[in-house]
Design a protein around this ligand. Sequence first.
Ligand code: GLA
Length: 484
Amino acid sequence: MKGVGALFALLLTSVVQAKYIVPGGRWQDTEGNLVNAHAGCIYFDKESEKFWLYGEYKIEGQEEGGGVSVYSSDDLGTWEPHGLALEPVEGHPYISTEHIIQRPKVVYSEESGQYHMWWHADNSTYGWLLQGFATSDTPAGPYEFVDAVAPLGNWSQDFGLFTDRKDGRSYALYSNGDSVEGRDVYLSSFNENVTALDEVVHRFDKFDLEAPTIIQTDQSYWALMSHKTGYRPNNVVGFRADKLEGPWSQPFIVSPLNTRTFNSQSGFSIRIDGTKKTTYLYVGDQWDSNSLWESRYIWLPVDINERKKTLEVQWHDIYDLNVKTGEWRGIKGKTYTTKSAKTAGNAFKQEANFATTGEIITGIYGNDSTVTFEGIEGTGKPQWVSFYYQNTDDMGFGDQPGGTPDRIGGAWQLRRISSVVVNGDTENVETLFQRDTHKGIILSTPLQLTLEKGTRNTITVGGLDNGWDFKGADLDRIVVYPPE
Ligand code: GLA
């Protein structure tokens, strides 16, 4: 009996306790697999009272055309997998594994009593630029393919969907390709049934942007979209308007300059109407073009000031979100700077006026040129640790002519991989992915580690092979967070 009671108590806490949201971490679903739903959407279903996450399903060897996966959650942190909502069909003219099935969005159609899925449907060379449409009686699917169409006769590439909370009307947002005649983003209303588009409400003319989403506050509409740099992130911009049809403001950058929106691309956003607070989340993707199936998620709170007409995406290594009250808080961690770090081999501390202590640890390489942070406090339970780093291997992506380093004989690298070892236990080497940054821009990647209880832990960072070299990125500091 006692055992059953304890089990019940355990189940109860696991239901009540929300998980932290950790942007850029390896997110695992309730079965221990990586959450595999890229560039998708989150739909809150009133009937099931759950958040449903849909996205592009990607695995090694099948990066496109994998179909649309679906997960459900009560807290936006714990994700239960439900397989594929839209499965690719061999030989199908629009949804075979040879096709592009990107940026799926789901909305409930009151008229049809069904869930409607829309996405960017294309051939493998992005030559068709269509919108795909499928329906299902349940949020999880399976969704049945209906059609793939050219919206109002136009092209449609990156696809977004927005439902106006004032009247329940849904809108499609889509960039119309890279051709000279394209390079716009359209905002078009759906018909009542959400089965076809009605009319163009606004055109973001010739800004050449993509990955659009709209956040609706009580006073404003905020459209967020990225520049077009493929799977490399850039500085996402926002526009503001009182009405969907405009006039819309000039675009403005939504995050600290040159962080490239904390190494992410826009694509979706959600509004959480809590009992105490309304919270807006930026729901972005951190693409990994070296291995797309390992791409991660950057979901961050958005700070909006209606008076100043500003919107900012704010970085937090970890935050705790209560989806019922709408409240969230950034979790406080303990910082260990270069002062608690000892270098070995050719790793050394170098002057860097942008770094926390005025110096950064560079020259981290392979097993021998390492840095060890000492005196780290742990709890004996898995804890998130954020590694703040700089990695300038892109040689100034966006600032160099042509955007590539080839002309100066370099190799353009997406990320370094560091080895992370706790308490000298080299049997267990963790891999820390460190995305490229602009020069002097410090970003962070989180890793979940188990430290021993007490204050005598060490964390040693070296360099692993990233396909080109064994360099670890330059380290500024690490921050150790309390367990969930
Ligand atoms: C951009 C788009 C993605 C995808 C890639 C392909 O990142 O936003 O949806 O189409 O390009 O390069």
